[in-house]
Design a protein around this ligand. Structure first.
Ligand code: SAM
Ligand code: SF4
Ligand code: F3S
Length: 464
């Protein structure tokens, strides 16, 4: 049987990248400041933390303002056409900045560079870019950066293997909450999705390495970890699955554990059991359904149907009463009829999600769905998404009512947008909460009682 642990593990500290780091550091003429612009999902955000870690080791410091940095790096996403267009639009804008500051260095990396033909496009249309590399070459960034500083032409790297790299430098965005990647890549090939093509095959990190990272974070005072993977339910390290990993992490004693994303086809009773029993695993679950129609789900290659999904939701709610449930939804998948779309609406109504990310289907070159007949006209797609959003807002508001008068605990993230005497953060169920507070509360967990709802936020008073 194929094992998911056949992938090579590299220790960053033993790679020749360390030499490149030293060489760049010692260069008299090199960029002094950097700014990384991140698009896309949490995995990309975490990759950016690693890129920033490597940049800091090379002696650069972060510039707050993008256009003032000596080196600007765009970490791109290509999951939908608009993500890609936004990134390329911003890269183009920097060409203008460079006219004023000829020394400005520009890099583009991430999922978009891993798309077939994109490297050629960069050379042809964005010749002013100094450096472009894909997700598989992330750990080789110091070497590529060194080459870009020494070579006159654009440095492009689209190759690389599906490896696991441990011990990479990381500059974490927050100290109270941290990402831990537990696996990379995806083997699911949902027919609409480009991720398996740009992130490679599924590979899980060894459980001991993950536990070690969690223990270090706990020592540093971290209060919440978010475990990352495209499909955490298929985590498999030498036969250890996700429920066992969660149980072991629960014992580390970090106050809050979250994870994403779960695929409904692999959500096991064992995991539901751990959700109910574990002390630190938060009562929230992101379970993307994509569509409420069986024929669409089949053509999306999702390997579950509506009934199966609703059954998983029922079991989750039975095991963890009041659990926060969120999802992803796609409208206007090729061939989607009005009736099939209405099946999505009825599922949204039936479940009552706490929030949902809603997307218009975007054809991605190379995926199975992009070759399907029946692509839906733009007008129909935007009319459908508006109806879906309106319904979700109504359902969301209703779902949130269950929190009123309830006790919650909130990890405070910062000031609320509405007032300087209020702070906001996330409750255990994943919903955003606003409470009275000051800067001293940021990074702390505060117990509250929910008193009301304003838009998509819970309003609360403090218990301390
Ligand atoms: N691995 C996760 C899963 O299976 O749910 C999701 C990863 S993907 C980065 C996040 C979401 O983007 C998906 O759940 C899907 O709703 C959406 N998405 C992916 N490809 C898309 C496409 N071609 N058009 C529109 N939305 C898309
Ligand atoms: Fe994309 Fe499906 Fe993999 Fe999620 S599970 S990343 S939607 S192919
Ligand atoms: Fe994430 Fe976008 Fe890549 S959603 S995995 S950054 S294509």
């Amino acid at each position: 049987m194929e094992t998911k642990n056949r992938f090579k593990e590299l220790n960053y500290q033993e790679l020749e990248q360390r030499q490149y780091i030293e060489d760049v550091r010692n260069m008299a003429q090199r960029p002094r400041t950097y700014h990384v612009v991140t698009y896309g999902c949490q995995m990309n955000a975490h990759d950016s933390e690693k890129l920033e870690g490597m940049l800091e080791e090379m002696g650069l410091v972060r510039a707050e303002v993008r256009d003032e940095a000596d080196f600007v790096l765009f970490n791109t996403c290509c999951v939908r056409d608009n993500a890609e267009r936004r990134a390329l639009g911003n890269v183009t804008w920097l060409k203008e900045v460079r006219k004023q500051r000829p020394d400005l260095m520009i890099g583009v990396c991430g999922c978009m560079i891993q798309e077939p033909g994109m490297a050629e496009k960069i050379v042809k249309q964005y010749g002013f870019v100094d450096l472009a590399f894909g997700t598989a070459a992330l750990h080789r960034f110091p070497e590529l950066f060194w080459r870009a500083l020494h070579e006159k032409h654009v440095v492009i790297e689209t190759g690389g293997d599906d490896v696991i790299v441990e011990q990479m430098p990381v500059r974490r965005l927050r100290h109270d909450a941290a990402y831990i990647s537990i696996m990379q890549g995806c083997n699911n090939f949902c027919s609409f999705c480009i991720v398996p093509y740009v992130r490679g095959r599924e590979r899980s990190r060894k459980m001991e390495r993950i536990l070690h990272e969690a223990r270090m974070l706990k020592e540093q005072g971290c209060k919440e970890i978010m475990l990352l993977g495209q499909n955490v339910n298929s985590y498999d390290s030498d036969g250890t699955g996700f429920p066992q990993l969660l149980t072991a992490l629960d014992e580390v004693g970090i106050e809050r554990i979250r994870f994403m994303t779960s695929h409904p086809k692999d959500l096991s009773d064992d995991l539901i059991h751990v959700m109910a029993e574990a002390e630190h695993v938060l009562p929230q679950f992101h379970l993307p359904v994509q569509s409420g129609d069986d024929d669409i789900l089949r053509r999306m290659n999702r390997h579950y149907d509506r009934k199966h999904y609703l059954e998983k939701v029922r079991r989750l709610r039975e095991a963890v009463p009041g659990i926060g449930l969120t999802t992803d939804l796609i409208v206007a998948f090729p061939g989607e009829t009005e009736e099939q779309f209405e099946n999505t609406l009825s599922l949204v109504q039936e479940v009552g999600f706490d929030s949902a990310f809603t997307f218009i289907y975007s054809p991605r070159t190379g995926t199975a769905a992009a070759r399907m007949d029946g692509q839906i006209p733009k007008e129909v797609a935007s009319e459908r998404i508006q109806r879906l959003i309106a319904l979700q807002e109504t359902c969301q508001r209703k779902a949130m009512e269950r929190f009123v008068h309830m006790k919650e605990s909130v990890l405070v993230e910062g000031f609320s947008r509405r007032s300087s005497e209020e702070v906001s953060g996330r409750g255990k169920h994943g919903v955003s909460v606003t409470l009275p507070g000051t800067e001293a509360d940021v990074g702390k967990i505060v117990d509250v009682t929910v008193t009301g709802i304003k838009q998509n936020t819970l309003i609360a008073s403090r218990l301390d």
